[in-house]
Design a protein around this ligand. Structure first.
Ligand code: PA5
Ligand code: NI
Length: 192
């Protein structure tokens, strides 16, 4: 499908990308299965706090060969128990890479293969991260301000959320003595 060239604008102060085709806000209640400390999640929810943990603005293009989808993700600062706010994370269904560019704040991009082999890279303004095909990916805000990054991936990549929902990531990122620390996930369900 042929489409005309266009441009988009990221407003870092207002934390929006304009125009967008889809704005997704992800609240704590939909992330219950993802955080290690379920009691901390339930305590927060039962006190009436179903906070927005992150949101993303996407400008999607036709799902045909050659196009890419682009967007911006904004993760709020905070923790559930010791674990920093983060995205659900997913694998791409097709053999498709993704590129992230840090715009504001600081965090960690956690990546893993389906056998559990993990890699973590820091993201901050100006930092580009290449997520190769087959690596599941999750973004974690380890700072005190909003963490914002640009992303781009092939439009026909597809998203597999199920595997992460069922098994989790093999590593998690927690705060210890005021600093981020990557540890083994006690809830990780290995495939082997
Ligand atoms: O495509 C990506 O990897 C990101 O744009 C994510 O979709 C975004 O950060 C939200 O994360 P998730 O899709 O895991 O909820
Ligand atoms: Ni992705």
């Amino acid at each position: 499908m042929s489409i005309n060239p266009y441009s988009l604008t990221i407003d870092l102060k207002a934390c929006i990308m304009k125009p967008f085709k889809k704005r997704t806000q992800v609240r704590l209640s939909s992330l219950r299965d993802y955080f290690m400390d379920r009691k901390a999640v339930d305590d927060m929810l039962s006190s009436g706090k179903d906070l927005i943990i992150y949101e993303y603005f996407e400008y999607s293009n036709p799902e045909s060969e050659g196009h890419v989808n682009i967007g911006v993700t904004i993760i709020n600062p905070g923790r559930i128990g010791k674990e920093y706010y983060m995205t659900r994370g997913h694998y791409h269904e097709k053999s498709a890479a993704e590129v992230y560019l840090g715009l504001s704040g600081e965090g960690i991009i956690l990546m893993q293969l389906k056998d559990g082999e993990a890699q973590a890279l820091k993201i901050m303004p100006g930092k580009i991260i290449y997520v190769p095909p087959h690596w599941g990916h999750r973004a974690i805000n380890t700072g005190n301000e909003k963490m914002i990054f640009f992303y781009m991936y092939p439009s026909n990549a597809g998203h597999d959320y199920q595997l992460v929902k069922e098994k989790g990531f093999s590593k998690i990122v927690i705060e210890e003595n005021g600093l981020p620390k990557i540890i083994d996930n006690p809830r990780y369900k290995s495939r082997n």
